[in-house]
Every structure is written in structure tokens, then in C-alpha cells.
Write a protein that binds this ligand. Sequence first.
Ligand code: FAD
Length: 394
Amino acid sequence: MSKHSFDVAVVGGGPAGCRTAELIARSGHSVGIIEEHANIGEPMQCAGLITPRCFDILGYGRETILNEIRGADIVSPSGQFMGIGNENVRVLSIDRAAFDRKIRDKALDAGAVLASGSRVKDFQRRDGTVSLNNEEYRAKLVIGADGARSATRKWLGLEEPTFQLNGLGADISGLDMEEDRVKIFFGRDIAPNFFAWLIPAGDVTRLGLCVRGADGTANDYFKRLFKNGESSKLLAKAKVIRTHSGIIPLGMLPRTHADNGMVVGDAACQVKATSGGGIYPGLVCARHCAETAVAALEADDYSAKKLGKYHESWTTDIGDELEKALMMHRIYSDLDDAQLEDIFGMMLNPEIQEIINRVGDIDYPSRLGWTLLRKEPGLLKYTGKFLKHGILGR
Ligand SMILES: Cc1cc2nc3c(=O)[nH]c(=O)nc-3n(C[C@H](O)[C@H](O)[C@H](O)COP(=O)(O)OP(=O)(O)OC[C@H]3O[C@@H](n4cnc5c(N)ncnc54)[C@H](O)[C@@H]3O)c2cc1C
């Protein structure tokens, strides 16, 4: 006999898992959230930047907002600055731990049960249901919301991410930042194949970067931010309060379901490759996942065929955008600093800046990509890269 039996076991209590659990529990089914850490939201491994859309989806949680961000100062590899933004709030800096706890509370209010401090290590299909950790838990359906290194994904036999970004972030003090602007630093010596950031977050500033295919570790590049270039001038009086690290999985999984299971959030690589943001896509896909789970429970059918509706519905919704963001990331990764500087120069044109301010949207980056490609003939010399990575070929 299992110690705990549920209709659905959600492995992982991050935003994607707790939101999926909340939506399933709301429809009256029993849901257990199994989380390896003692406290939801800890350790925090995030820059905490999301769009207001996330709160539109949730319908709650705005008290976790720390700063409303209206613009960005972008720094090129050679140290040129470009300011973008206007009076509109583009993104929000949030207290990520409080945000995760808020979604957990809503899941518990809806009737979900939380088993914290419990790591799922073992999955066995038995009599059409699934035993977890040798009968510690039993469920008809398992939802893997267990992040980038998902054990559920492996058990279900799904593909692994194509590649990953290695991230390192810190809360720092002693920096005089405008409270409604972020700073972004580009360059192969700064953050190979990605970028570094400074984000105002209430009483502290968040400094961080991600790297991929780099000569050193994320930590090596993090230290260099204090020593070299424009960042070092800004960080001259900065004190690091705490650091965190994490990985961001990238790729498009051909399947996010199998018999008795689905994966959601980072476990399903539902991440925007241009910004590394996974909270918005995770929340979008949580709804698709919950809807398919409820339909499966009502039909008492947990076959891969039945659960395939989930893969179909989330890819129809945002799969195309995530795929385009992945291509944009690949194109960006092909550029050297001289090419980045060239593109940066084109972006300084006031007409282009007006487009960036009007069309730019970190949740849907391809809209800006397309518009710029049509507007700025100078970008056409990079057409080969666009073709190579499929944007124009689609
Ligand atoms: C440096 C960095 C900065 C980032 N900045 C941003 C940002 O500004 N905006 C944004 O949108 N995204 C950002 N992200 C990405 C974002 O953090 C993730 O996309 C998001 O947390 C994914 O949510 P999730 O619920 O899918 O997974 P997670 O939040 O990773 O939650 C997974 C949970 O599963 C638990 N777990 C794992 N394995 C097991 C197991 N076997 N048994 C039980 N529990 C398990 C983990 O403890 C964890 O609590 C950043 C990531 C990094 C690394």
C-alpha cells in the first residue's frame, strides 16, 4: 500500500508545478505536489524579471512586484550605450521567492497537498498507475515540473534539451541605479552567446549573466564584470550580498508526454531562448497541461495518445514563438563582436528605436526581429545566417 495516493502527482513545486496543481485541484481532483526542498521558492535561482502578462494569467500576486521597468540601457561590446524605452511599463522586477509561495498558497487553497523536503528518485508503472519512491506516493498521472534536470523527463523517455545556458546571479548593494531601468551588456568577452544584466530589485540590484560554449565558467565571467569594461565602472562600489547559480535548458522537445506522464515548464524546455525567461511560457503551458490532465482523469485514460493533446495544444499556442526565439539565439551565437557592433550601430537610428519601443516584447521577440529585418536593409547582409537558421526559409 502507498503512503499517499493522488489522482495526480506533480513533481516539483516551482511556478509551473504549483500553477498546474492549482488548476487541476480547482476541478476537484486530488493533487500532490512533491518538492525536494523544505521551502518553496528557495533557493532562488532567477533574475526575477517577468512581463505584466504573468499577473494577467494568474489573476493574483501583484504584491510580489518590486520595480516597474520602463526601459533599458544596452551596452555594446566596445562600451557604446543605447537607451530604449518610454513611459510604458515593459517588465516587472519581482520577489521571486514570494511569487512562488503565492502560487503554492493558491494551489493549497484549491485543495492540493504539498509534500516538501521529499525528492522523487524512483518511478515505476504498476497496474496502470505510477508508484513513486517505492510506494511512498502513488498516482494515476505524474506531471514532471521538476526543472531543467528533470528526473520525470528521463523516466518518461523524452529527449533531453539540445543545449543549456549556465547562469550566475547575485544580489548586490552599493549601486546607484534608476529604479525603472535595467542595464544589459553584450559581448563575447562579457557573456559568450548570451548577455549580462543589472536589474533594480527593491533594496538591492540583481547582477547576473548566462554563458554557453564559453572558455571559462559563468563564475569566471561574473568576476570579470567587476574588473573589465563599462560594468566595472558601475560596480566600483558594489558589494555582493549573496550569489546563486542555475541552468536554463534550451531546445524544442519533439514530445512532452508519454504513458502516465507529462512534463511542463523548464522540464519541457518551455523557455524563451532570447532572454532565458521561463516563467511566462511555464505559466502558459501549465494551463494546457492542467486541461489535458483533467480530460484524462474524466476519461480515466492516461495513455500517451490521450495525453498527446497537451503537446499539440501548447505547441499550437506558443511553440512557434519559442522555436523562433531559439533560431534568434542561434543566429546571435554566430555573431562575433564586430558584427554585434555593426548591428548595434544600426539600432542607434531614431526610426529603429521607435520600432523597438513600439514592437519590442520580451515574451514575443520574433515580432521585433521580423519588423527590424523588413525595415533595416543593413541587416540583410546577415541574411545568410537567417537562412541558415531557417527564419526566412519557414
Ligand atoms: C540565472 C537565472 C536567471 C533567470 N532569470 C529569469 C527571469 O528573469 N525571468 C524568467 O522568466 N525566468 C528566469 N530564469 C528561468 C526561470 O528561473 C525558470 O524558467 C523557472 O524557474 C522555471 O520554473 P519551473 O517551475 O519549470 O521550474 P523550477 O522553478 O526550476 O522548479 C522546479 C522545482 O522542482 C524541484 N525538483 C527538481 N527535481 C525534483 C525531484 N526529483 N523531486 C522533487 N522535487 C524536485 C526543484 O527543487 C524546484 O523547486 C532564470 C534562470 C536562471 C538560472
